[in-house]
Write a protein that binds this ligand. Structure first.
Ligand SMILES: *Cc1c(COP(=O)(O)O)cnc(C)c1O
Length: 413
C-alpha cells in the first residue's frame, strides 16, 4: 500500500496498529489493575523482562499501550510512554534520567510550570543554564563538560518565540547530548521534531492531541535518533539488548513505575478519540489564528501582536521553514497604552476567559497576573512578557464569529 495520508492514518491507526479484540475499530477501555498468569513461570519472566506482558497497570495496561503505539506512530519514534499529565511526563522523565552534578541547557522561554519544575531539579543538584534558544550561539556558549542535554519548546507560549531547532539539533548531535523537545504547541502534522534530530519528544496530550478539554495526559516519545550508549546515567539493569530502548526503559522503571503518575485507561480512550481529528482541527485553528492575527495587527486599538505568521515577527522565516501549513494557533497581543486588558476581556461574548490552550474553543488569558504571577518582573521581562499581554489560543469556531467578537470588544476599549 502507498504511504497513507495523515488523517487516513489517524482514523485507522488504532485498528491497524493494535488489532482490537472482537474486530473493534477502537481499543476498548480496560480497567483491570492486575493481570492473571496461568503459568507461574510467565509472571517470573514478565518481572525479569524476558517476556513482554502487562503485570500491574501502574506500569502498563492495554488501553494505555494502544495509545502509546499510536503516539509513537504519529511522531515516527522508537517507542512512547504515557503519563497522567504533560507535567508528569516531563518531571518523571527528567528525574529518571538526570542526577545531581549533571548540567542541562534550558530554553529561557518556557511554559510556566515547566520553568517552575526546573527550579525543583536545581534544588536536587542538577545545574541549569537558561539560554535564548532563538540564538544558537547562546546555546553553544552554555555548553560545559558535564552538559547532558538541551531542553526546549518548539514555539514558546505566550510570546511565540521559535527555537532554532535545526541548529540546536545539529549541535546536540555533534556533542552527543540529548535534545529534548516539548512539541505540545506544534504537534504533527504541524511539526515533526524528529526531523530536527530531537532525541526525546515531550507532549501534553491535554492540549491539541485531545483537543476537547475533557482529559489530562502526557507523553514522552523516543525518536530513536539518540545513541544511549553515550549517556552515562543508564543503569546497567536497564541496558537492554535493543539500545534504542535504554532511555525509555529507565524512564518507565524510575519515572513511571516509581513515581507513579500513570495515565488512567479511561483517559487513554478519551485522548485517542480526540486524536482522530488532529489534522482537521489544527488546520482550522491555524487558519483562524492567521486571520485573527492579521485583523488585530491592523487594528488601531492594538499596540503589538506576537504571532510567527506576521512578517515582522523576529523568527518569521524560521517558522516558515519549520512549520507546515501555517504558523500555529497561539497568539498574544498588547492593547494600546492606557487600555485596560481586564475590562476588554470582560466584553468578550464568545471567547472564553480561561487558562489552557489547544482547545476547540477560543480562549483568552491575561498572562502576567495569572500563569506568570509567581515569576519576578525581571524574569517576565527576560521572557518578553509585558504586564498587559493577552494570550489567545485560537479554536476551530467559524472565523467570522471570532472576528466579530474581537471587533465588538475592541470597540468598547
Ligand atoms: C500545558 C503544557 C504542559 C503541561 O501539560 P499538562 O497536561 O497540563 O500537565 C507542558 N508543556 C507545554 C508547552 C504546555 O503547554
Amino acid at each position: 500500500m502507498t504511504k497513507l495520508g495523515f488523517t487516513t492514518r489517524q482514523v485507522h491507526a488504532d485498528r491497524m496498529l493494535n488489532a482490537p479484540e472482537h474486530g473493534g475499530v477502537h481499543t476498548s477501555t480496560s480497567n483491570s489493575v492486575l493481570f492473571e498468569f496461568n503459568d507461574a513461570q510467565g509472571i517470573i519472566d514478565a518481572f525479569q523482562g524476558k517476556r513482554a506482558a502487562h503485570v500491574y497497570s501502574r506500569s502498563s495496561s492495554p488501553s494505555v499501550a494502544a495509545l502509546q503505539n499510536m503516539l509513537n506512530d504519529l511522531e515516527g519514534g522508537a517507542g512512547a510512554l504515557c503519563f497522567a499529565t504533560g507535567m508528569a511526563a516531563i518531571s518523571s522523565a527528567l528525574f529518571a534520567l538526570l542526577k545531581a552534578g549533571d548540567h542541562i541547557i534550558v530554553s529561557q522561554y518556557l511554559f510556566g510550570n515547566t520553568r517552575s519544575f526546573f527550579d525543583t531539579i536545581v534544588d536536587f543538584g542538577v545545574q541549569v543554564t537558561y539560554a535564548d534558544v532563538t540564538d544558537i550561539s547562546e546555546v553553544m556558549d552554555a555548553y560545559q563538560p558535564n552538559t547532558k542535554g538541551v531542553y526546549t519548546e518548539t514555539v514558546a507560549n505566550p510570546v511565540t518565540q521559535v527555537a532554532d531547532l535545526r541548529a540546536i539539533g545539529q549541535f546536540c548531535n555533534e556533542k552527543g547530548i540529548l535534545f529534548m523537545v516539548d512539541n505540545t504547541m506544534t504537534p504533527p502534522p504541524m511539526l515533526y521534531a524528529k526531523d530536527f534530530k530531537a532525541s526525546l519528544i515531550f507532549c501534553s496530550l491535554t492540549k491539541y492531541i485531545a483537543g476537547h478539554g475533557n482529559v489530562l495526559g502526557g507523553a514522552v516519545i523516543d525518536t530513536g535518533e539518540f545513541n544511549w550508549q553515550t549517556f552515562s546515567n543508564i543503569k546497567p539493569g536497564y541496558q537492554v539488548e535493543d539500545v534504542t530502548q535504554w532511555g525509555l526503559t529507565q524512564i518507565k522503571k524510575k519515572g513511571l513505575r516509581d513515581l507513579g503518575a500513570t495515565l488512567a485507561p479511561q483517559s487513554a480512550t478519551a485522548i485517542a478519540l480526540g486524536m482522530e481529528t488532529l489534522a482537521l482541527r489544527i488546520s482550522r485553528s491555524q487558519h483562524n489564528a492567521l486571520q485573527l492575527a492579521t485583523f488585530l495587527d491592523n487594528h488601531p486599538k492594538v499596540a503589538k501582536v506576537f504571532y510567527p505568521g506576521i512578517a515582522d515577527h523576529p523568527q518569521h522565516f524560521l517558522a516558515r521553514e519549520y512549520l507546515n501549513d501555517g504558523y500555529g494557533a497561539i497568539l498574544s497581543f498588547d492593547l494600546i497604552e492606557g487600555a485596560d486588558p481586564v475590562a476588554f476581556l470582560n466584553e468578550m461574548k464568545l471567547v472564553i476567559c480561561a487558562t489552557h490552550l489547544g482547545d476547540n474553543r477560543t480562549l483568552a488569558l491575561p498572562v502576567a497576573p495569572t500563569i506568570y504571577f509567581e515569576n519576578s518582573a525581571e524574569d517576565r521581562e527576560k521572557m518578553g512578557i509585558s504586564d498587559t499581554m493577552l494570550r489567545i489560543s485560537v479554536g476551530i469556531e467559524d472565523t467570522a464569529d471570532l472576528i466579530v467578537d474581537f471587533e465588538s470588544a475592541l470597540a468598547t476599549v
